[in-house]
Design a protein around this ligand. Sequence first.
Ligand SMILES: Nc1nc2c(ncn2[C@@H]2O[C@H](COP(=O)(O)O[C@H]3[C@@H](O)[C@H](n4cnc5c(=O)[nH]c(N)nc54)O[C@@H]3COP(=O)(O)O)[C@@H](O)[C@H]2O)c(=O)[nH]1
Length: 817
Amino acid sequence: MIDINVPQDTWLKWQASIDLITRISHCVGVLSVVDAENQLCAKISAGLKDEDTASYEAISLNIKETSERVSIALLWPSKAIFGELSFYLIEQTDKAEGPTDCLVQTKQLARLTADNIELQLAELYRQYRCQESQVRGRVSNGDVIDLQLFIDSLKEHVWMKDIEGRYVIFNRSVEKSWGKTREEIMNKTDEELFVADLAEEFIQADTEAINKGEQITAGECEGQHAEIDRYWLETAKVPVVTDDGCLKGVIGLSRNISQHKAVQEQLELSGRVFENSVEGVMITDRDGKIIETYGAFSEITGYSREEVLGKNPSMFSSGRHDKAFYDDLWTGLLHKGRWHGEIWNRRKNGAIFPQLVTLSSMLGDDGLVRYFVAVFTDISAQKKNEEQLAHLAYHDPLTNLPNRMTLTAQIEQELRHAQYQGSQLAIVFIDVDLFKQINDSFGHLMGDEILVELANRLTAQKGAEDTLARIGGDEFVVLFPGGGGSEELTLALSKLREAFEQPFSVGENDQVRLTASMGVSVYPHDGKDGYTLLRNADAAKHRAKQDSRNSYAFYTESLTLESREHLKLQSALHMALEEGNFHLVYQPKLNFNSLKTVGFEALLRWRDPVLGDISPGVFIPIAEKIGLINAIGSWVLRAACLQGVKWIEQGKTFGRIAVNIAGQQIKRSSFVEEVKQILNETGFPAQSLELEVTESFMMSDPEVAIRDLRVLGDLGIELSVDDFGTGYSSLNYLKKLPIHKLKIDQSFVRDIPSDANNTAIAKAVIALGHALNLQVIAEGVETEEQADFLRESGCDEVQGYLYSRPQLPEALQQFLY
Ligand SMILES: Nc1nc2c(ncn2[C@@H]2O[C@H](COP(=O)(O)O[C@H]3[C@@H](O)[C@H](n4cnc5c(=O)[nH]c(N)nc54)O[C@@H]3COP(=O)(O)O)[C@@H](O)[C@H]2O)c(=O)[nH]1
């Protein structure tokens, strides 16, 4: 496009001419010019009814469907296109001339106008060139350099064709490249020099440059050279126009772009390789902005190329890696130019997945980073396979339990812990009795099903910290970290044996009952390493099998006996409630000064028909462990209330009856309701009840204690802190607790007044209680000396053998009024 301004008055003149024609010929006239994008757009229009839409497209679209059209191209003198003059005939029914006459007339007028416009364009062009040469000046004759010499010095191909398309000027490079002599090229046209297709291509490009009136870049073409196989040329073509606007020909300048082309081809090749790659490829600029993606990028990430261009790769971050990980990555990338490793990233759908990534930095000629290239593969499937393989390596495929290898590693780890902690650890070897018969009778498939069911049952019976492994056909091992006490182990063993209580289904209709023999070894007594402990547990199991099946044995014989005693106790305790083997005794609590009865503590007694009397100090902790304490505690509370009601009915005054409440009981959310219910059912007044709650429970969860005890206190029940001084009380919580009494633990009373520590503690408890506005009672008082000291120290109440042992109600008449 020639960039010469058409003055306003010239436009007006043209407008007037076009207006005139539209009136004479009853047509619409449009003068369109070529804009910067080489598109025609309307500059002048006339004869339109509605001129609002004065764009070329709007006008021509509106009228060309129905109109005859006259169009003449308007050219600059150099033959570059200036625009187009068009007239669209409007049908006139009342006119004498037919449409053909009108068209002829319009054509003549249009031609005249177009010639006139082109004359003015030529003048404008001349003026422009004149001005331009004035401004730029010209090389003086004396400075003229031989043109041929000048162009021969260039490596590029330089040539000029005249207006007929003949080569009139060209340099040596052209001759060399075309493999022709000067004479062979001079004054020849493209048709004469090249094959038809190529010549046609060259001529078309010339025409384009002429029409545009400016330099164009003609398409690349493959050159020929005697010494070089193949090379690429890019030709710039520019029309040569004299000052008065006459076209003199076309100049061409071809440069070798083989190197550029090679790079481009390389890039295209890489692109195609990347594109078809099963790996994802992402290229960012040095600021981390994504500039290209290739290959399986979208398949892997779920994002399309367009969605990520311009974004930062942090958009894929899974949040699984910490700062140190990325620091390491960047250090590798910036210092070594490469980082290779696994990264967890996030897909578009939010799922995170592992990638194996190679990151490389690409440097520019200046040695600075220009791009970062990430080539990655999705290794989710590989990871899953690895995990499955690892799982298979460490687990029994049938039951999915840890296998021997995992068990051994686990034992070693727990042993280190036990050594460090100075704690015990137990291993229980379980062997299903007569399992071979199951396989022989029902087949191995059924045998497998039973083993899976057994594995599930054993898993349900073991603790969360314990490890259950299957180490052979019908052999299982349980590792109890921290376990080792015979009592604890007995409990654990009886839980494991519960797994065998229910029969196992065999097929749809049959059932079998299984038993197992178990052997126990305990660290450190029965072995210091995993191998020895396992071997000794196995040996113990063999002994259990020999004794009788469905039995267990400890590697250390005495532990077996001890454990069996525990087991007996546990079994008997289970029966005690049902068989009515519990009863309560009551120990009076007296006012220290007046020695009048202020209440009685209800204390549980268990008399087993076979085992005899068993102390609550022994069976209460077992009841807590085997979960019987709640049922027993409810029984005690109900029995004490019933006794109180009996005394009330007998008209006896007894103060309050105090009942011991175990931590586990009160921790249940239903405890408060249960107390209310028992009071309701028995008719025992809340004001006559006292609950003794241990200090350790109150401080284990003081918030809950405050909440629950407040409800009980509000009912009128008195609350005392039992065993005070044995735990760690927070004074902050103590003052918030709705308690009435502190009970000095008998361990502090025992050596009073000889033991300076105990006397100090007793005194401190009394002072603390009084400071908190609480009553203080001393228990376990056996001697006058103890009584005197405590009384003198200000203790409010007393309880102990000195006054009365815990006794049956009938024996307590002297303490009832
Ligand atoms: N949760 C429940 N715990 C209960 C219940 N009944 C008893 N217990 C707790 O069992 C522990 C042992 O109790 P026990 O053998 O009954 O001993 C109590 C008294 O007999 C004993 N005592 C009383 N006076 C003296 C004495 O002068 N000397 C002496 N050596 N012992 C004496 O002290 C025990 C009272 O304990 P305490 O509860 O701390 O007041 C014991 O911890 C009971 O709490 C029950 O029903 N539920």
